[in-house]
Ligand binder design. Structure first.
Ligand code: DQA
Length: 145
């Protein structure tokens, strides 16, 4: 099956961005690791990062017609702001897992609301780059079931 991995704003800076919060792993490392794991399980994973809300909305809309079976998404700051990205995911009705490197629930109050969690299959947060790996494992389980 086809999996889509989406990353929101500022995640292109992973590795150098507030490493005490987000760790030292780069986005390229995460993408390569997940693509290899998906491929080993007989699937294909495409990754996209954007700082622009409309690029992410457009990519989610395209997923409706390109055969994407599952979406893994770290909406980053859009988690707390984007009704548009939430609505796009609802519109395509593709199951998704919400991912965060940090645990937003132990951070500032404004990070404790997500526009995505009530629509997600599940939410994985707080495990650094491993959050992505755990989310992929969960997606692969569901695709196999
Ligand atoms: C984040 C948490 C968000 O609150 C923040 O805006 C991010 C990254 C995370 O992965 O921990 O950019 O989604």
């Amino acid at each position: 099956a086809k999996l889509l991995l989406l990353h929101g704003p500022n995640l292109n800076l992973l590795g150098t961005r507030e490493p005490e919060v987000y760790g030292h792993t780069t986005l390229a490392d995460i993408n390569a690791d997940l693509a290899a794991r998906a491929q080993a399980a007989g699937h294909a994973l495409e990754a996209l990062q954007s700082n622009a809300e409309h690029v992410l909305v457009d990519r989610v809309q395209a997923a409706r017609v390109d055969g994407t079976a599952f979406i893994l998404i770290n909406p980053a700051a859009f988690t707390h702001t984007s009704v548009a990205l939430r609505d796009a995911l609802a519109a395509v009705a593709i199951p998704f897992i919400e991912i965060h490197l940090s645990n937003p629930h132990r951070r500032e109050p404004f990070r404790q609301h997500s526009y995505f969690s009530d629509q997600a299959v599940g939410v994985i947060c707080g495990f650094g780059a491993d959050s992505y790996r755990y989310a992929l494992d969960a997606a692969l389980q569901r695709l196999a079931a």
